[in-house]
Write a protein that binds this ligand. Structure first.
Ligand SMILES: [Ca+2]
Ligand SMILES: [Ca+2]
Length: 470
């Protein structure tokens, strides 16, 4: 009996000391979304005039993934994939018109999972597609119950300001121009950044998952005048990826999906450079709001114990392939900025990240399992993406993965490997690009016999089944 008690005592002591040794304070997570930001950042070099000093300083202090791709090139499916960890071709949520809670009524999204594990989950601004999903958060700004993620935002009284309506087809927000307003008068992302900064400044008893959804550079491109000033119209350079005859070597489906009415309409009204100016100004504004958030973290008691993740939900065309907007499988649209900074002492990565550039192909689908692993929380069996931990430890690590981007119609997708990219349309048309020699995807190699092996290698990575769109 005594022996039994002694054994029990020993076990209790061992368990107790092991638990104490293995459960340091869990890291916090600052999860920052930017909307419709392509590679027009200083650190990715997509446009020579892009002004993103804050994004660049974050990149310089963490790991920049320069070959990161969205799970889908539109807000709703991309964000749903990020927040549920489920790929569109498995969840069945492929486009902006589907309602996340109709398609996935029971999916536990990221803030809810963190809350279940003892975190305080708070968010502000656009994180999901124009709704908040109030039951998944402990706190939100604006008020979660209203399900409107946007604080008050200043817009011109008379609209459209810059681009006349071309017809019913035209998205009402395709419009741009400077506002005679301060950041405070403007509101919008400024208020989001201020609220997030307030959350960072206060003490927290629990670890926190704090999500900051910056809405610019999503349209409309109205931001205060000061953000337009570095980009005078006469200085504006056209997108480096634009090539007038770029469509000539595309299969019929690529030729159909490239040109859209927006770009033709914008050119007809002489607004191409004004549009580029509006996008650059909106990026600069969003970056400045990001700077407020990063400064607040640096000046807070949580700076040394907070993982920072920054992502954009997909890229954006400004005339490349005669296209304006998103929704395509080309790299300009699937590639996104992604930065992860892990402080030393973090549960799942004690060494933290070293400043580095990782060029291996990764998907935003990996963010959820990566964060769970970094925070020492159990993996979720419903998650599709591989955790990025091997790359956060060593950006040159063996990485036998690729990034799949699902287009809105099931069976159409792009696959991004470490060097080559395949675009497959569900009518069978294909495009193949060598990103190392052709980063703007000007030369389709799908019918080039010298690239046949590459084509076959990428084809072999395609999903075999696609969930029905619901
Ligand atoms: Ca978006
Ligand atoms: Ca071409």
């Amino acid at each position: 009996m005594l022996r039994c008690l002694l054994s029990l005592f020993t076990v209790v002591c061992l368990v107790g000391s092991t638990a104490a040794a293995q459960s340091p304070k869990r890291p916090n997570v600052l999860f920052i979304a930017m909307d419709d930001l392509n590679d027009w950042t200083g650190c990715l070099g997509g446009h020579p005039q892009a002004r993103t000093p804050n994004l660049d300083r974050l990149a310089a202090s963490g790991m920049l993934f320069s070959n990161a791709h969205c799970a889908a090139p539109a807000c709703n499916p991309s964000r749903t994939a990020i927040f549920t960890g489920q790929a569109p071709h498995r969840s069945g949520l492929y486009d902006n018109r589907q309602d996340m809670r109709t398609v996935l009524p029971d999916a536990e999204i990221m803030p809810k999972v963190f809350s279940r594990h003892g975190y305080h989950s708070a968010g502000s601004g656009k994180l999901l597609h124009y709704f908040i999903d109030a039951p998944s958060w402990d706190d939100y700004f604006p008020e979660a119950a209203k399900e409107n993620p946007f604080p008050r935002t200043l817009y011109p009284e008379q609209r459209p300001l810059s681009l006349p309506r071309g017809g019913e087809w035209q998205y009402i927000e395709t419009d741009w121009g400077p506002l005679n307003a301060t950041d405070a008068e403007y509101g919008g992302d400024h208020l989001v950044a201020e609220w997030i900064a307030g959350q960072l400044a206060r003490p927290h008893e629990q670890p926190f998952f704090l999500a900051c959804g910056l809405y610019r550079p999503h349209e409309p491109w109205f931001v205060p005048q000061q953000y337009f000033e570095p980009f005078p119209l006469e200085s504006i350079e056209l997108p480096p990826g634009y090539k007038a005859d770029d469509l000539d070597d595309l299969p019929p489906e690529g030729q159909r999906r490239g040109p859209n009415r927006y770009f033709a309409h914008i050119q007809k009204h002489g607004q191409w450079k004004q549009g580029i100016q509006g996008y650059l100004a909106s990026i600069y504004f969003a970056d400045t709001m990001l700077g407020k958030v990063l400064d607040a973290l640096d000046n807070s008691p949580h700076a040394g114990n907070t993982i920072v993740v920054l992502w954009s939900d997909h890229g954006w065309h400004l005339g490349e392939k005669q296209h304006w907007q998103k929704f395509t499988g080309w790299r300009v649209c699937t590639r996104v900025p992604l930065i992860i900074r892990v402080p030393p002492g973090t549960t799942g990565l004690m060494a933290g990240t070293s400043p580095a550039n990782c060029s291996q192909p990764v998907s935003l689908l990996s963010l959820f399992p990566t964060l769970l692993e970094l925070c020492g929380l159990p993996a979720e069996s419903s998650h599709d993406g591989p955790s990025l931990l091997p790359l956060l430890r060593d950006p040159q690590a063996q990485w036998p993965h690729h990034a799949l981007t699902s287009l809105a119609d099931p069976g159409s997708y792009s696959i991004s490997g470490d060097r080559w990219r395949l675009i497959h349309y569900n009518n069978g048309d294909e495009e193949l690009y060598d990103i190392e020699t052709d980063p703007h995807e000007w030369t389709n190699r799908a019918t080039d016999p010298a690239a046949a092996n590459m084509l076959n290698d990428l084809r072999a990575l395609a999903p075999q089944t696609f969930a029905t769109k619901r």
